[in-house]
Ligand binder design. Structure first.
Ligand code: IVH
Length: 679
């Protein structure tokens, strides 16, 4: 519907309106100081919309109206970041912060810089999602999520709905990649959940989850209904422009209309930094958004360059992490969920309570033993702990709760499976009461969820929710059924278009390439974790050899003793398990090991234990690399362990290694052993 060619004054008016609206957006979202009311703003927007509707040729990509007319995208395209998006090492105390400064001094001393003068920029660590925004010649061109740091997802269509992100910036020739955090404010989060609850929709667990779900929407009109916000905190790739210290980068961003947190400070001493971090820690609950720490950055650009990057973390920055948050609330009910081996897990239904800015209504109670040890009863006030982004947990009854008269009886496991109603059993020696029904839907759902998960078959696009939908609507009962799904079937599901359906079929098909070790882990055999899966694959070589092996042969695999050996052997003999394996074999999964046999490869005969988070490799990847070089990976440290590979937050395994004198490697040293020290 294109009208007559726009007259010159219409073109000029459209331009004027766009500039006006942009200025008001900045006043409203960035300066928090609106000049006009909502009605006046809407009148301007309506006028521009009417002009653009009459003359579509007047619409520009960066028009403030473009959000409204934006079309949904089919899938989120993968994009490679021009410069990797790094992560940050953590400090949890003043000592750890000082140790970081000392490490920097040592590093610079080796570089011949003896008395570096550090100035530090302290920024709130926003609990949202890192974004990369690319501006070319001042126009916002593309925005992407962090993803794995190298490759993220294109969410430009959604970022355009965030009014505080400028569509166009001045005095920015060439290419500038702006980095920052997309988040949802606590007020917006509460309002969104309220609306969803009233509409009978499920509510989001916390602002971060809800921002994550929103930014990955395919339809920007849905995104526009869920208010997201943005703080800029740095730049990535820059061409045709010289930017200096962090403090100047922030000023540059602010001048161009990016929201930069006004609480950011530059400080001269470690003491002042520690004081500031503690101050933020104390004020954390009073902010309008969630923060999970403070990012401390060395200001000077030249020092940053000299300090460089170790693994995935810049040496010149660190995240001061806040301690976990606890609170007290009432335990309303203990419920049980069925795990992948029929094991029943207790969880707490709580009177909803805000912990560290997040409303918590459920918390885990781990298992029966733990439940008994904690001695919590329905009706008790209980202490809840939420540490970072882990699932909230019930710690204990509140001290006063234990004294209360008329406490309820200790909760006991149900006599019938909460999912299928089958009478439960308590096998001798097990800490779990179990549902013995192999056909139990709850159990099958958990098995499938495990099968598709990251460390197992890692099927992109499938998680707990999708698995439940496939079971309910497409009659999927077990893993092998996934490989028979067609794009046509999937496209019929609500909310899945043709493109996504085709993509899902492709990612299911791609999982056929996972190595035998992962397949063994994914099948869901009690006693076969990631590590034992790898060791079994390496030792047995083929599924037929494993199926033919007796308890003794299995028990001789590193990391498996006689008890677990018998447990594994017993399950592999079950007709149900045999059928499950044969159907997966028929679906084309790998059932033979392709790496070197034990005794071959540069790490032959060496035993490794992995602990903590490595900067550049996941534990699975590290394990796969070690095995591919002929080494063995076990899960516990003993005198027979040759090396412990320790990353961030390594705990008791690292201590034990030190006590036993087992050599400890970091990721760089491991890579060197593997023969790519240069990486
Ligand atoms: S700087 C220099 N600054 O924290 C390298 N990150 O663990 C890295 N984050 O993925 C990022 N607020 O999502 C930086 N002021 C801030 C931040 C911040 C939040 C997040 C970001 C990143 C993660 C790093």
């Amino acid at each position: 519907m294109s009208g007559a060619a726009p007259a010159g004054d219409e073109r000029a008016r459209a331009q004027e309106l766009r500039a006006e609206l942009r200025r008001h957006n900045e006043r409203y979202y960035v300066l928090d100081d609106p000049e006009i009311g909502d009605d006046a703003y809407d009148a301007l927007l309506d006028e521009l919309r009417a002009l653009e509707a009459a003359h579509p040729e007047l619409v520009t990509a960066d028009s403030p109206t473009c959000v409204v007319g934006a079309e949904p995208v089919g899938v989120l395209e993968k994009v490679r970041h021009p410069e990797p998006m790094l992560s940050l090492a953590n400090a949890r105390s003043a000592e750890e912060l000082r140790a970081w400064v000392q490490r920097m001094r040592n590093h610079l001393a080796r570089e011949g810089i003896d008395e570096p003068i550090f100035r530090y920029v302290c920024e709130p660590k926003i609990d949202g999602l890192a974004m990369s925004l690319i501006y070319r010649d001042g126009v916002f061109e593309r925005g992407a999520t962090r993803g794995n740091g190298e490759v993220g997802e294109d969410v430009t269509h959604n970022l355009r709905t965030i009014a505080s992100i400028p569509q166009r910036i001045d005095a920015a020739p060439g290419v500038v990649e702006v980095r920052g955090e997309v988040y949802m404010s606590l007020a917006d989060f509460a309002a969104l959940n309220e609306r969803r609850a009233q509409a009978g929709e499920s509510t989001f667990m916390n602002p971060r989850n809800s921002a994550a779900g929103t930014i990955r929407q395919l339809d920007p009109r849905l995104t526009a209904e869920r208010p997201l916000s943005f703080w800029a905190y740095g730049v990535g790739a820059v061409e045709g422009l010289e930017l200096g210290a962090q403090w100047e980068v922030l000023a540059w961003l602010r001048e161009r209309g990016f929201p930069v947190n006004p609480d950011i400070v530059r400080l001269d001493s470690e003491d002042a930094v520690v004081e500031r971090c503690l101050d933020w820690q104390a004020r954390r609950g009073g902010l309008a958004f969630e923060i999970d720490g403070v990012v401390v950055k060395v200001d000077d650009a030249e020092l940053q360059r000299r300090l460089g990057v170790v693994g995935r973390d810049p040496r010149w920055a660190i995240a001061w992490k806040f301690p976990p948050t606890t609170t007290v609330t009432k335990l309303l009910e203990v419920r049980w969920s069925t795990g992948k081996f029929g094991d029943l897990h207790p969880y707490a239904v709580l009177e909803p309570v805000v912990v560290g800015g997040v409303t918590v209504g459920q918390a885990t109670l781990h298992n029966e033993e733990d439940l008994a040890r904690k001695d919590v009863r329905v009706g008790d006030d209980v202490i809840i702990l939420r540490a970072g982004d882990v699932i909230p947990q019930v710690v204990s009854p509140a001290p006063h709760a234990v004294e209360r008269e008329g406490r309820a009886a200790p909760p006991i496991p149900p006599a019938q499976c909460p999912d299928c109603g089958t009478p439960t059993i308590k096998p001798a020696g097990s800490v779990f009461t179990k549902c013995p029904n192999l056909e139990c839907d709850g159990r099958r759902r958990q098995l499938l969820k495990h099968f598709v998960s990251r460390g197992a078959m890692d099927i992109d696009g499938l998680g707990e929710k999708q698995v439940a939908v496939l079971m309910e609507h497409l009659g999927v009962r077990e893993a092998a059924d996934l490989y028979a799904l067609t794009a046509e079937q999937l496209a019929e599901l609500e909310g899945l278009g043709e493109v996504s359906a085709a993509r899902l079929v492709a990612s299911i098909a791609a999982s056929r390439e996972r190595p035998f070790a992962r397949v063994l882990f994914a099948i869901g055999i009690e006693g076969v974790g990631e590590v034992t899966g790898r060791n079994l694959a390496q030792r047995m070589r083929t599924i037929d050899a494993l199926l033919a092996a007796d308890t003794d042969a299995i028990a001789q695999t590193p990391g498996i003793g006689p008890i677990v050996g018998a447990l594994i052997c017993r399950q592999l003999a079950e007709p149900g398990m045999r059928g499950r394996i044969e159907r997966l074999r028929a679906a084309g999964l790998r059932f033979a090991e392709e790496g070197p046999a034990p005794g071959a490869g540069p790490l032959a005969g060496r035993t490794f234990v992995l602990t903590g988070t490595l900067p550049g490799l996941t534990r699975e990847q590290a394990g796969e690399r070690i095995m591919a070089a002929g080494g063995r990976v076990t899960s516990s440290v003993s005198k027979k362990t040759d090396y412990v590979v320790a990353g961030d937050s390594a705990g008791s395994k690292l201590e034990k290694a030190e006590r036993l004198g087992v050599p400890v490697l970091d990721e760089a040293a491991l890579l060197e052993l593997l023969g790519d020290g240069a990486a």
